[in-house]
Design a protein around this ligand. Structure first.
Ligand SMILES: [Zn+2]
Length: 402
């Protein structure tokens, strides 16, 4: 098997790619930090503009009132939009670490492992995506593939502003690759849970705590009763996860029966078909509380990312992906179900088959222990570039979109 020279040469770029990752991760780009996001997007734009002089680069708005800072934008890089095969490559440039977080800069754990904000989730993936495209552009049949790199600023907060960009991109591409990190084992992502957020509000009736008989209705107790009941749902409904994330209620005075309490709950489902039965159970458990005099319990919110269920086209592509990995000497890997959502969920919902979790190896995301194995960046970039090269040369074909 002969490999294009630009793909072979990627392994010599490990130190340079690691340095770029360190530089990008030392720029804070928390989802809520407008100035940091701007700086990070400018840094990305410079690299893409330098690497792909023929590309069309624009920065579509990703504003979402109440979710994203005003003026926030995505970066969109397009090459050969009329080529016969159109591939979308996606990544996000926001992180969960805001400008006030103590975790701001990178540190080397050993020569191959960097610890820092966003090293795996997912600036490591952005470096991999960039390097893969740089190598692919120098392969002999590249003109047969047009690609779009869509790099968004709000994945960590639910992609509320970027969702329209994904829907639009899904319509004009044949397949997508999402450079979220690979698992510590090297595995990619087979499917993902759908994610949602519920706000549970309980209104009761205020009264003096010492009134006898007491006609107050304690909103905190009624809400607590409900939360304990829904907390048992995962045991009853396979594939459902539910976490009561916060709770507040009452006032400063403890001699008042509190008339208000509320909580927010993270809910996750494995299949689209889990959604309606779960919502029905959540409402059914609220009914006995609402049937009581003086209490009102309300549910707001819902699912922002539907589950990403594995599509037949993805099964076929993953076999080729594994083969390309084996040909390059990448240690054997499989793919697994993930509890966390990504933009792959949105692309699947929009009908575009995609392969997710193909970035470098990392772990402990969303914590100050987050790390990336930088020696997996070049091999993963090689893998993506080789796959695209095989697709461009006609050695492999994309299955029809189902
Ligand atoms: Zn994340």
């Amino acid at each position: 098997m002969s490999l294009p020279a630009s793909i072979v040469a990627l392994v010599e770029r490990q130190a340079e790619l690691a340095a770029l990752l360190e530089q990008w991760c030392n720029l804070n780009s928390g989802s809520g930090h407008a100035a940091g996001l701007e700086r990070m997007r400018r840094a990305l734009r410079e690299e893409f503009a330098r690497s792909f002089p023929a590309a069309t680069i624009d920065e579509p708005s990703a504003e979402a009132l109440g979710f994203n800072p005003t003026g926030v934008k995505a970066l969109r890089v397009r090459v050969r939009p009329t080529a016969p095969i159109q591939i979308l490559l996606s990544g996000h440039y926001d992180t969960v670490y805001e400008s006030g977080d103590a975790f701001q800069t990178c540190r080397w754990i050993d020569a191959d492992t960097i610890n820092g904000p966003g090293v795996a989730d997912m600036k490591g993936g952005l470096v991999t995506l960039l390097a893969a495209l740089q190598a692919f552009e120098q392969t002999p049949h590249a003109e047969r593939i047009g690609w779009e790199a869509l790099i968004t600023p709000d994945e960590e907060t639910g992609s509320h502003g970027s969702e329209p960009l994904f829907v639009e991109a899904a319509a004009r591409h044949h397949f997508a690759f999402i450079f979220e990190p690979a698992r510590p084992t090297g595995d990619a992502v087979h499917s993902r849970k759908g994610t949602g957020n519920l706000r549970v509000t309980c209104h009761g009736r205020a009264a003096h705590a010492a009134k006898v008989p007491n006609d107050g209705r304690n909103a905190i107790l009624a809400l607590a009763e409900y939360l304990l009941a829904i907390g048992r749902l995962p045991g009853e409904m396979p594939g459902v996860l539910l976490n009561v994330g916060n709770i507040r209620g009452g006032g400063a005075a403890t001699n008042v029966v509190p008339d208000f309490a509320e909580a927010e709950v993270d809910v996750r489902i494995t299949k689209v078909a889990d959604r309606e039965p779960l919502l029905a159970r959540l409402h059914a458990l609220a009914a006995p509380i609402n049937a009581r005099d003086g209490l009102r319990l309300e549910l707001q919110g819902g699912f922002n990312r539907p589950p990403k269920e594995c599509l037949p086209a993805e099964e076929a592509i993953f076999k080729e992906w594994q083969r390309a990995g084996a040909d390059l000497g990448v240690p054997a890997f499989s793919w697994v179900h993930a509890g966390g959502g990504s933009d792959g969920n949105l692309l699947t919902a929009a009908g575009l088959p995609n392969l997710d979790g193909i970035g470098p190896i990392g772990d402990h995301l969303h914590s100050n222990r987050e790390y990336c194995r930088v020696n997996t960046i070049a091999p993963r970039a090689q893998l993506a570039a080789l796959f695209l090269h095989r697709l461009a040369s006609g050695e492999i074909a994309l299955p029809a979109r189902s």
